[in-house]
Design a protein. Structure first.
Length: 204
């Protein structure tokens, strides 16, 4: 009996960081597999081996938990490369984003998260402050490097470039709701970098 008690005392309570990681992993798995409506505190707590009280303490709503789980899941596939060739890097990153949406199960969760954010203030804040704005800044940082290297015009509007690239994907996904796939990526990048006017037109 003394050994059993010692074992239990040795195991003790899991560190908070470990519990949080387990919760986010479980929530991300549920989100990508079954959609946002399936991400409830009851179900996530059960799958993560945690308590609902802990989830209520850390997240103001299941939507906020689903959003953070999405951020954690997407981070591993949406890194922004810097090979020195801005066109190639944009194609690589935007291609990874489109594959993440269309081939790796994120299309439905993203649509649901953005839709729910219109009614859930805590989710809207999490989506903007923890995901959308930081990812936008990562893109701007890469584009600023390209400007300094002379690969983009000094007066290029980097926010507009970001809107043209990722905004086009979100527009097709959420507004038009039309099919698209990775084949669009290179065309989006070339239009954002080079425009649609005939070459040399701006010198005339």
């Amino acid at each position: 009996m003394s050994e059993s008690i010692a074992d239990r005392r040795g195991r003790g309570r899991r560190p908070a960081a470990e519990v949080r990681a387990a919760v986010l992993t479980a929530a991300g798995r549920i989100l990508l597999r079954d959609g946002m409506q399936a991400v409830t505190f009851d179900r996530v707590a059960m799958e993560a081996g945690s308590s609902k009280t802990t989830l209520y303490k850390w997240w103001p709503s299941p939507g906020a938990l689903a959003a953070e789980a999405y951020f954690a899941q997407s981070r591993r596939v949406l890194d922004f490369p810097d090979t020195g060739d801005v066109r190639a890097d944009l194609i690589t990153q935007l291609g990874a984003f489109v594959r993440w949406l269309k081939d790796e199960g994120a299309e439905k969760p993203v649509s649901e998260l953005v839709g729910a954010a219109q009614m859930d203030e805590s989710l809207a804040h999490a989506w903007s402050e923890s995901y959308a704005l930081p990812r936008r800044e990562l893109a701007r940082q890469r584009l600023r490097i390209a400007q300094r290297q002379g690969q983009l015009r000094e007066d290029a509007d980097l926010d507009v470039v970001v809107d043209q690239l990722w905004g086009a994907c979100y527009h097709r996904l959420l507004v038009l709701r039309v099919p698209f796939d990775e084949s669009i990526v290179e065309r989006l990048v070339d239009h954002a970098l080079y425009g649609s006017a005939p070459r040399g037109a701006e010198e005339r």
